[in-house]
Design a binder for this molecule. Structure first.
Ligand code: F6R
Length: 368
């Protein structure tokens, strides 16, 4: 069942190219992005003037990425909120609000309550879910299934990549309905998505290198993660994987915040994992990250840098360099997350832990 792997999680990491590909199947037809079980007309989609994304844990990190894509493509304001916080602060919701609830299991209590609250307030609710017929999709007005197959490992991996993919489909469908993107632009973005499974598979080829690096860091007590723009949610996700699997204190930061506090944590030997933006994206982001790596390295940090192939500017500052294939900025998280999953799994295995069943955690959190 584990396909020759010692743990389900390792198998699920390898299933990611297929998970992304399968999540795209059937969502582009006759020159249009189509969402399934979606009963809203284009007119109704056009009326949406605000999007909330609600989720917990890794699904929340996928939600953070939705904001970058949906705002960029549609110009609709997007707020991303932890489901456990959402309904307690009386969010402003009405018929023109779309609430996207992301849940792998479809049973997470806080996310379900957020859905109920949104429906009470007459918002339109779309569930992104990996489990057919679970409670959240049953109660939502519309469902977009991530089709990555059951995820057994408690730590989310393949569902995370599939959720990012699904979020981007929602963004493209909204952009198309509002007419803010021409059909050929929507087609071009969909084509990029379709190219991703191959690139994710390429990242998986670097697993032996990532595992070797992880073995060197297996006995650390703290690991810090830095990212910016779409690299920031990736840093948060990398840190979550490491803390839940390896029980190491791990924290992700937006690199622009470094000087506002976190840099005080840097001392001799602290590992800092940096998610570099593409050098072909916004140059300013790239150069800012570069100076952040310099700053932490000058203070004794050991740097592990995830950067695009051929980005030689980072070499002098990377104690370890993990290269990922080039991809447009919004799609990079589908690649940069993968080495962080492998890193966390390997560190945890080195420490002798069961990565499928981390202590104190349950696969679906059905109590608030
Ligand atoms: C982390 C992880 C959890 C879940 C969270 C939400 O690896 O798996 O943080 O992402 O409990 O679960 P779902 O997506 O089922 O609502």
């Amino acid at each position: 069942e584990k396909g020759g792997h010692e743990f389900f999680m390792l198998k699920e990491i390898e299933e990611q190219p297929a998970g992304v590909a399968d999540t795209l199947i059937g969502h582009y037809a006759d020159g249009q992005v189509v969402l399934d079980e979606q009963r809203w007309s284009d007119q109704e989609l056009r009326e949406i003037d605000k999007v909330f994304v609600v989720a917990c844990g890794s699904s929340y990190h996928a939600g953070l990425l939705a904001k970058y894509a949906i705002e960029h493509w549609t110009r609709i304001p997007v707020e991303v909120e932890l489901a456990s916080e959402f309904r307690y602060r009386d969010p402003v919701l009405d018929r023109s609000t779309l609430v996207v609830a992301i849940s792998q299991s479809g049973e997470t209590a806080d996310t379900l309550e957020a859905v109920r609250h949104a429906k009470d307030q007459k918002a339109r609710v779309l569930a992104i879910c990996n489990t057919n017929g679970a409670q959240i999709p049953r109660e939502a007005d519309a469902v977009l299934y991530t089709r990555t197959g059951p995820e057994i490992g408690v730590a989310s991996t393949k569902a995370f990549l599939a959720q990012i993919t699904a979020n981007y489909l929602v963004g493209l469908a909204l952009a198309q309905a509002r007419g803010v993107k021409y059909p050929d632009e929507v087609a071009a973005e969909f084509n990029h998505l379709e190219l991703m499974p191959k690139l994710v598979a390429k990242v998986l080829e670097s697993a032996p290198q990532v595992r070797a690096i992880a073995r060197e860091f297996a006995h650390q007590s703290t690991v810090l993660f830095l990212g910016r723009h779409v690299g920031y949610p990736v840093a948060l996700e990398g840190a979550l994987k490491l803390k839940e699997l390896a029980y190491i204190h791990a924290e992700g930061f937006a690199s622009g915040e470094l000087k506002h506090g976190p840099i005080a944590l840097i001392e001799e030997g602290v590992p800092v994992i940096v998610v570099m933006p593409s050098p072909k994206g916004r140059a300013v982001l790239h150069s800012k990250l570069l100076s952040n790596i310099r700053e932490v390295q000058a203070r004794g940090a050991r740097t592990i840098v995830i950067a695009e192939e051929g980005d030689d500017t980072v070499r002098p500052f990377a104690d370890h360099l993990i290269e990922i294939p080039a991809a447009p900025t919004l799609y990079q998280p589908l690649l940069s997350t993968v080495p962080l999953q492998i890193f966390a799994a390997e560190v945890a295995m080195q420490r002798g832990y069961d990565i499928d069943k981390p202590r104190n955690l349950a696969k679906s959190v059905t109590v608030e």
